[in-house]
Write a protein that binds this ligand. Structure first.
Ligand SMILES: [Zn+2]
Length: 256
């Protein structure tokens, strides 16, 4: 399907025109291939950050580059860990180098504004490293500016209160739980199996990590706190509020 907001759907001629005539922001969704409980697909993080990037790009007339479908290794306290079948991850330096390469290439094409839309908790410092290395490569005179964000950080207090009337468990435990399940029900309802939502959690972890990890601390389902309160209405509320807040940040930093 041709979607004019996707960089992969337009020609080089159109790309060149848009870079030359618009203050173009290129969005790079960054996901993972990681277990998300029995009720959500392995590609949940990649699917959600892509949907968020598309909504924001439509709002600010930006372009979405192809999604990074693999991410840094799943950690037990925020993603369940690497022991789940199907969780397929990159070494940190691989992710940083991919981010660095893409920034260098977009800068070579005269793109001046890039926004990484991260949908996988564990990616953030390796994306940051890729951005830091690329900025160092390009030098101080480069006009490039890069934003990196984790989309859930844009949930405001009002939204959190409405989505979690009984109290918010925190973003780390929100793995395959209410926020991700609600957003999946909003964007990709066919990929959600509500009948398979487990009753596990919330998981209880000590305030440190151990290697090799103690997988007995991780609920067997891979869900770190219950997804039972998820609904498409909450998904619509989260999606609308998060995307408009991210669009406002893009306008402020890149268009003001
Ligand atoms: Zn996730």
């Amino acid at each position: 399907m041709i979607d004019p907001v996707m960089m992969s759907s337009i020609s080089w001629v159109e790309f060149q025109r848009r870079v030359a005539h618009e203050n173009l922001v290129v969005f790079i969704p960054c996901g993972s291939l990681e277990q998300h409980g029995p009720h959500l697909p392995l590609g949940t993080d990649a699917l959600l950050c892509t949907a968020v990037a598309q909504s924001v790009a439509r709002a600010v007339n930006g372009l979405v580059a192809p999604t990074l479908n693999y991410g840094y290794k799943s950690q037990p306290r925020c993603g369940g860990g690497q022991h789940f079948p199907g969780t397929t991850s990159l070494d940190g330096h691989s992710l940083s180098q991919i981010a660095r390469d893409i920034i260098r290439e977009l800068a070579r094409h005269q793109v001046r504004h890039i926004a990484f839309i991260d949908g996988h908790y564990e990616n953030q410092w390796f994306l940051t490293e890729g951005i830091e290395l690329a900025m160092r490569d390009l030098g101080k005179t480069a006009e490039l500016r890069v934003m990196r964000l984790e989309y859930w950080d844009f949930c405001n207090e009002e939204t959190l209160k409405e989505v979690f009337p009984d109290g918010f468990p925190g973003f780390a435990l929100e793995h395959a739980a209410v926020i991700e399940t609600s957003l999946m029900l909003h964007y990709y309802p066919d990929l959600v199996h509500l009948d398979l939502i487990p009753s596990d959690g919330p998981a209880k972890f000590p305030a440190y990590d151990l290697y090799p990890p103690d997988i007995s601390l991780v609920p067997a389902s891979g869900v770190l706190s219950s997804a039972r309160g998820a609904s498409p209405q909450k998904g619509a509320l989260l999606a609308t509020q998060i995307c408009s807040s991210i669009a406002a940040a893009i306008e402020r930093e890149f268009y003001a």
